[in-house]
Design a protein around this ligand. Structure first.
Ligand code: GZL
Length: 343
């Protein structure tokens, strides 16, 4: 805020000095003829937001990026500086340092992993630039290093998935059957991976007849998800369930299952579940491939803008802000729900 006031004063001073030394005939705003945009400090009025995005690895990420780009527009009073780190922490740290050098008003980060941020957050604090976390969490010794966090409750997502599976197996007469499962995890160390793995495990431990054969990271991508599922199918010939820690991994797993001559979905050999609930997951459930998807709302842009507006007004903001989430499965009227989905 202070910075913008100073920039307005500087621009006005510059304009006055320019008007003073310009030719007497040149129209100036005072004459009512000049273009008054050079005195309106449009750039000074805009709130500059530096956004360090994880990458573009999944449908969820695409929707998350779109949510920010459609919220932080000039007509809404913002100048957005966007950086895609291609899922590399070192690129995000470079982006944050660049935002500091550009003296942005706010830094927003979707941290690719939870650790390794202390130093660069201290640099932002030193520069007096508030940091807001979106999507994934950072583990830091002092949580005053960020103002607020907006995202999904990943542990709850994992538990909801486990509870859904228990009910689904019971309803299909398999409540006491030995169930062999594998997990295609997300990027190791990402909050979504940590939370979903922990949450599902909280339910797994309640079922002695459930056996987790293996877990490997699919990096939240379809290609890696397919690769991991191919290796699981080679190692284990009696997989009953695959837990995919995002929908894109599930799409890859489904391709691998079909390529191996097996079937999946409600009428198949292998139960497949994903996380995010992107539109393509609804299409996969309607096609009979995916059994269920556990929602992780990516529309964080408006929530972060709400935080910034409160900070601009000198109001306090809640530190932790969960987004609303649900789940969807093939027992629901998916053809009706799909057209209503925002992502
Ligand atoms: C969840 C987000 C995860 C999504 C994946 O908040 O961090 O990262 O589940 C995305 O699709 O890649």
């Amino acid at each position: 805020m202070k910075k913008r006031v100073l920039s307005i004063i500087a621009m006005l001073a510059m304009t006055v000095s320019m008007a003073a030394c310009s030719s007497p005939s040149a129209p100036t705003p005072e004459d009512g003829e000049g273009d008054d945009t050079n005195v309106s400090s449009e750039a000074g009025d805009l709130i500059t937001v530096g956004y360090a995005q994880v990458g573009a690895e999944s449908d969820w990420r695409t929707a998350n990026t779109e949510s920010f780009k459609s919220t932080f527009t000039e007509e809404n009073g913002y100048k957005l500086i966007f950086d895609d780190a291609q899922q590399k922490q070192e690129n995000q740290i470079k982006a944050i340092r660049s935002f500091i050098q550009q003296d942005v008003d706010y830094i927003v980060v979707a941290p690719v992993v939870e650790t390794g941020w202390e130093t660069v957050l201290e640099e932002a604090k030193e520069a007096g630039i508030p940091v807001i976390l979106s999507d994934r969490m950072m583990q830091v010794s002092d949580d005053e290093l960020y103002v607020a966090w907006v995202g999904g409750n990943f542990v709850k997502e994992g538990e909801t998935c486990g509870e859904w599976l228990a009910k689904y197996l019971e309803e299909n007469g398999r409540g006491s059957e030995e169930i062999n499962m594998v997990t295609i995890q997300g990027t190791i160390g990402a909050s979504a991976q940590v939370g979903r793995t922990e949450g599902f495990n909280n339910i797994l431990t309640q079922h002695d007849n459930w056996k987790m054969l293996d877990m490997q990271s699919g990096e939240f991508t379809q290609a890696k998800g397919q690769e991991v599922m191919e290796s699981f199918l080679k190692s284990y010939d009696d997989i009953d369930v695959v837990i995919c820690e995002n929908d894109n991994e599930a799409f890859g797993a489904i391709d691998a299952i079909k390529a191996a001559g097996k079937t999946c979905g409600p009428d198949g050999d292998i139960i497949v579940v994903g996380f995010d609930s992107v539109k393509a997951a609804f299409e996969s459930m309607i096609a009979g491939d995916l059994n269920a998807t556990f929602e992780c709302n990516p529309l964080h842009g408006p929530r972060v803008a709400e935080i910034i507006q409160k900070l601009e007004a000198g109001e306090s903001v809640d530190k932790i802000q969960y987004v609303d989430e649900s789940y969807f499965d093939t027992s629901m009227d998916l053809e009706t729900i799909l057209p209503e989905r925002a992502y």
